[in-house]
Write a new protein. Structure first.
Ligand code: HSE
Length: 441
């Protein structure tokens, strides 16, 4: 006889419908593999038509989440509402009712993880959140178990499928930003509000969740430096391509002797970089441990099927008792760890791609290079192109690649250059990210 495990699903949108489909299709196979019979007990959505799309029997559908919390036969609550307000109330209500929670909600965990994990511990429940980062890619579980022997030194992640889709369609097929974004939305990769994808916030939410676990600390979301792809210009993607780079939106967490550095920004990586070939809605996350070295997690980072796959994995993990035990033992989450020391962005050391639109006349290059030189910024390459506007206004596009320099100095140099009357537009800067040293000495 198998154990029946009854599920209360709250939120039956793109991911919720994927969860219903998997349970409908795979409950028998999952029972054969685990001895646990998954059963949908209740599906809640403010729009009952959503559940009807995936043939949930009308008797199981409700518009009232209390129907889940008050049902003593329900073993687990799946929160797929999204956002940080109602979702938070639902999660806390479920935990108060003594029910463990599975969530894909990275925004909620990034902002209120500490409070939610503490509530789970108080109520002898657990919160499982594999689907919150990297869609279908198992990443949370390996960080808690398979990599436990390691001190994690760094994480470099392509963590947003929408942005990666847009950047690769622009790079490989020459599509416009707007066309690629519409396609990502139609494919179900984007958040309800796609601003959160393209302005880097979604990547930052995921980075905060993962960094907290990897570095065993209570990450303050406000401490992250966040830039998205919404300000990128196709000119720079093309200029980077000429130099052998591809642009990726990376979430980067690094442990340094001065503290931890957490940042999200467009990054030029060499075409040979381990993350360079990750295209479309795929995510890839490089994790560097002091014993294991480089591990790379790859897979579909967004969309109904992959994300629902991770949600169902968490349900099963709770049903068989693993998740509860690991959560109870786990001393890596924000509610039981201390805040870290953060490395300010100005102290970052990186290489930089810089584009300047300048007046094309003698002495201009010398003025610009002097400003870099005065700030100890060494230049690796300087190229001048006739800019698109050159024919009409005599301007030139200058692309500078720096050697490793300090961010604070680069920002100051760009401010000074930007104030020169020979500069036609605000300088553009994109950080060049090198492959992380596997075993730093
Ligand atoms: N909007 C997210 C993305 C979905 O594009 O990656 C997965 O969290």
């Amino acid at each position: 006889m198998s154990d029946v495990f009854r599920i209360g699903l709250i939120g039956c949108g793109t991911i919720g419908q994927g969860v219903v489909r998997i349970i409908q299709a795979e409950a028998g196979e999952i029972e054969r593999k685990t001895g646990v019979r998954l059963e949908l007990a209740r599906v809640v959505d403010k729009d009952p038509a959503q559940a009807a799309k995936v043939d949930v029997p009308a008797a199981l559908v409700s518009t009232n989440a209390a129907d889940v919390f008050n049902d003593k036969t329900i073993n687990v609550v799946i929160e797929l509402v999204g956002g940080t307000t109602i979702a938070k109330d639902f999660v806390l209500a479920a935990l108060s009712a003594g029910k463990s929670v599975v969530t894909a909600n990275k925004a909620l965990l990034a902002k209120h993880g500490k409070e939610i994990f503490a509530a789970a511990r108080r109520n002898s429940c657990c919160v499982a959140f594999e689907a919150s980062v990297g869609g279908g890619i198992p990443l949370i579980l390996p960080l808690r178990t398979g990599l436990i022997a390691n001190r994690i030194n760094a994480i470099y992640g392509i963590l947003n499928g929408t942005c990666n889709y847009i950047l690769s369609e622009m790079d490989q097929k020459g599509k416009s930003y707007a066309a690629a974004l519409s396609e990502a939305q139609a494919a179900g990769y984007a958040e309800l509000d796609p601003t959160l994808d393209v302005n880097g916030t979604d990547t930052a939410h995921k980075l905060a969740v993962v960094a907290s676990l990897a570095f065993c600390c209570d990450v303050d979301f406000g401490a992250l430096h966040i830039e998205g792809i919404d300000q990128l210009d196709a000119i720079d993607l093309a200029a980077g391509k000429e130099l052998g780079y591809v642009c990726k939106l990376l979430g980067i967490a690094q442990r340094t002797s001065d503290g931890i550095s957490l940042r999200v920004h467009p990054s030029f990586v060499s075409r040979k970089h381990p993350l360079a070939s990750t295209g479309g809605s795929f995510n890839a996350i490089s994790v560097y441990g002091n014993w294991v070295g480089h591990t790379l997690f790859f897979g579909r980072g967004a969309g109904s099927k992959p994300t629902a796959s991770a949600v169902v994995a968490d349900i099963v993990d709770i049903a068989i008792g693993n998740a509860g035990r690991t959560f109870t033992q786990c001393r890596m989450l924000g509610d039981v760890t201390a805040p870290p020391k953060y490395v300010p962005m100005e102290q970052l050391r990186s290489r930089y791609y810089i584009r300047l639109e300048v007046v094309d006349r003698p002495g201009v290059m010398a003025m610009v290079t002097k400003i870099f030189g005065d700030r100890q910024i060494s230049l690796k390459a300087v190229t001048q192109h006739e800019s698109a506007a050159a024919a009409s206004d005599g301007s030139a596009m200058v692309v500078v690649l720096t050697d490793v320099a300090q961010e604070g100095q680069v920002q100051a140099a760009l401010k000074e250059i930007g104030s020169l009357d020979i500069v036609r537009e605000a300088p553009v800067m994109i950080r060049v990210v090198e492959e992380h040293e596997e075993y730093p000495t």
